[in-house]
Design a protein around this ligand. Structure first.
Ligand code: FAD
Length: 193
C-alpha cells in the first residue's frame, strides 16, 4: 500500500482548478474529497483553449482522446450588423483543412464532464456544502462544513475561484491584501460578446 494512501486532502471548488488538483492528488496517492458550494461542478463559462504545454498535461491525465473527440470546431467567425449583413469575418480554418491537435478548443461543460468522468470512482464529492472554518492542530487541519460536520485532513486546497472562500477564512477578507494597480483590465472573451 502506498504510504500516502491514508493521507487525506480536501479540495474546495469543483471547477477547472479543483478537479485538476483532485486528479493529481489522487494520482499521488492521497484520499481526496472535493467540496462544492453548488449542487454540481461549475460548467458555466466560455470555451477553454488547450494548447502549448497543457496538451502534454492532458495526455498525461489520459483525457487527450476525449478532448479531441469533443472539441469545438470553429471554421469562421462573422461579425453581423443588426440586419444580419456580414460586416467582417475571420477565417480560422479553410475548407478541408485538418484541425491541429496542438490547439484544442472545447466547451466548458464538455471539459468538466470529461474531468468528472476520470475522477468519479476515486474522489468523494460533497455538493451543496462549503467550508465555514479551518483550524490547524499538530497533525491535521480540521474543516468545519456548512452542514455542521467536522472532518480532519492533511492538506486543504482553496480552488474556489477568484474570491476564494478558503483564502478568506485563512488570510482574511480580500480587501485586507488587495490593492489597486491604477490600471483596468478587459477580458477578451467579454469584448467578443
Ligand atoms: C467574464 C469572464 C470571462 C472568462 N472567459 C474565459 C475564457 O474565455 N476562457 C478561459 O479559459 N477562462 C475564462 N475566464 C476565466 C475563468 O474564470 C477561468 O478560466 C476558470 O473558470 C478558473 O477556474 P477555477 O477552477 O480557478 O475557478 P472557477 O471556475 O471560478 O471555479 C470556482 C469553483 O468553486 C466553487 N466555489 C466558490 N466558492 C466556494 C466555496 N466557498 N466553497 C466551495 N466551493 C466554492 C464555485 O461554485 C466553482 O465551482 C473568464 C472569467 C470571467 C470572469
Amino acid at each position: 500500500m502506498d504510504a500516502l494512501t491514508e493521507k487525506k486532502v480536501l479540495v474546495s471548488g469543483a471547477s477547472i482548478a479543483g478537479l485538476s488538483t483532485a486528479y493529481w492528488m489522487n494520482k499521488l496517492g492521497y484520499k481526496v474529497t472535493v467540496v462544492e458550494i453548488a449542487n454540481e461542478p461549475r460548467t458555466a463559462g466560455a470555451a477553454i483553449d488547450i494548447r502549448g504545454t497543457t496538451v502534454a498535461v492532458a495526455k498525461r491525465m489520459g483525457i487527450f482522446e476525449p478532448l479531441i473527440s469533443n472539441r469545438l470546431t470553429v471554421d469562421l467567425i462573422e461579425f453581423k450588423e443588426a440586419d444580419d449583413r456580414t460586416a467582417g469575418s475571420i477565417v480560422l480554418k479553410n475548407e478541408g483543412e485538418e484541425s491541429s491537435n496542438d490547439d484544442i478548443e472545447i466547451e466548458r461543460d464538455k471539459f468538466i464532464t470529461i474531468l468528472v468522468e476520470v475522477l468519479k470512482n476515486d474522489v468523494d464529492f460533497m455538493f451543496n456544502n462549503s467550508i465555514t472554518a479551518l483550524s490547524e492542530t499538530e497533525n491535521d487541519i480540521i474543516a468545519t462544513f456548512k452542514d455542521g460536520t467536522k472532518r480532519a485532513f492533511d492538506l486543504v486546497f482553496g480552488c474556489d475561484g477568484s474570491h476564494s472562500g478558503v483564502r478568506k477564512i485563512w488570510f482574511g477578507h480580500e480587501t485586507e491584501y488587495s490593492y489597486f494597480l491604477n490600471a483596468y483590465f478587459q477580458s477578451p472573451s467579454s469584448i467578443n460578446c
